[in-house]
Design a protein around this ligand. Structure first.
Ligand code: A2P
Length: 346
């Protein structure tokens, strides 16, 4: 492709955890573009970022006009997307939005390329594509091939979500909080703002805001988004989402109830054949699992502890981990961009 045929891209939230990873992935994946613009808040204007070895000066989102931008990645939080994403889309940019702002809007496709890339065969009229929640993405990447193997009746999931899900300030808050516990200053550990409780050496079963149902918004997102991505409106899934003192990498346990009895070896085989999935399995009688701190490949979903309930051959447990900043956000966004640039953006 000639440079003039390559997309001009903008990264909104370029100084943040997801934005910085998007920038790294542009180089790692050799994503071809003509021009890149880095956007953030007024606080960061004038900062210089390195993008593929080039200096790029951060500009203010508030005053940036997206005319001439082909793809805009938004990773600056829901309120920023609510304020600016529809404007960017109407100025002509295809918005790939990482936030919860538009995921359930009917005119916005919710895309995990390994699962439902066909929903973006054509440009959506809204000019916005949503990136799902960071815990939903790796889960549906396993549920879809399993549901193709034999239909799933229901899923019960618990998540163990890392501090990085709350951005760079979330990581800082965990480091500070853990440091205080280690230095026996635990009682002074009260300046948490990103998390509802101090996270160091703690577990917090509350992510995002509470709902009347007694669930949290994060838990509801997992249900609603799974239904939309899998294209099964009545899909049955229930979740408990827990913030854990891990810097990066979301883990999940899932208990999957199938319509029929399942064979463990066939499940292992099915997951081994899924795209960009690493299966940890040394056969029955052994325990094989990934851990979030030592992921083999941050660009793949890791799954282990695959076992059938001895009292119910239709019930399967598994343990999965994915780098939430990559698979749960930046990598999925780039893979959406790769899907559409190969089809209809330039
Ligand atoms: P800034 O660095 O200027 O605050 P993280 O999720 O790691 O906390 O990163 C959030 C990202 O969103 C940062 O790049 C941050 O920029 C950006 N951001 C936050 N608020 C705004 C805003 N009002 N307008 C534009 N960008 C924003």
């Amino acid at each position: 492709m000639q440079p003039s045929n390559l997309p001009n891209i903008a990264i909104v939230g370029a100084t943040g955890a997801v934005g910085q990873t998007l920038i790294a992935l542009l180089e790692e994946r050799d994503f071809m573009y003509n021009r890149v613009t880095a956007l953030a808040s007024a606080r960061s204007v004038g900062r210089t970022l390195q993008v593929r070895g080039q200096d790029v000066t951060v500009q203010a989102l508030d005053t940036f006009n997206f005319t001439g931008t082909d793809i805009a990645f938004f990773s600056a939080g829901g309120s920023v997307s609510e304020k600016h994403a529809r404007r960017a889309a109407s100025e002509g940019a295809l918005v790939i939005d990482n936030t919860n702002a538009f995921r359930m809007d009917e005119d916005v496709p919710l895309v995990v390329p390994q699962v439902n890339a066909t929903v973006v065969d054509q440009r959506p009229a809204s000019n916005i594509i949503a990136n799902p929640n960071c815990s939903t993405i790796p889960l549906v990447r396993l549920l879809q091939p399993l549901n193709d193997y034999t239909p799933i009746n229901s899923v019960v999931v618990s998540t163990y979500q890392a501090a990085s899900g709350a951005g760079l300030t979330g990581i800082d808050e965990l480091r500070r909080s853990a440091g205080r516990v280690l230095s026996n200053a635990g009682d002074a550990d009260t300046d948490n703002t990103k998390f509802s409780d101090p996270l160091g050496f703690n577990l917090i079963p509350s992510i995002d805001r509470p709902l009347q149902t007694g669930f949290t918004l994060e838990e509801q997102k997992m249900l609603q988004e799974s239904r939309k991505i899998l294209g099964i409106p009545e899909f049955s899934l229930t979740a408990t989402c827990v913030r854990v003192p891990v810097l990066n990498g979301h883990s999940e346990t899932a208990y999957i109830q199938f319509a029929n009895a399942v064979d463990r070896e066939e499940i292992v085989q099915t997951l081994s054949q899924a795209e960009e999935v690493i299966v940890f399995d040394n056969g029955p009688g052994t325990i094989s699992y990934p851990t979030p701190r030592f992921l083999k490949d941050p660009n793949q979903v890791h799954v282990g502890r695959i076992r059938v309930n001895p009292d119910d051959a239709r019930g399967l447990w598994l343990w999965l981990i994915a780098d939430n900043i990559r698979i749960g956000a930046a990598l999925n966004a780039i893979q959406i961009a790769e899907t559409v640039t190969s089809q209809w953006v330039h």
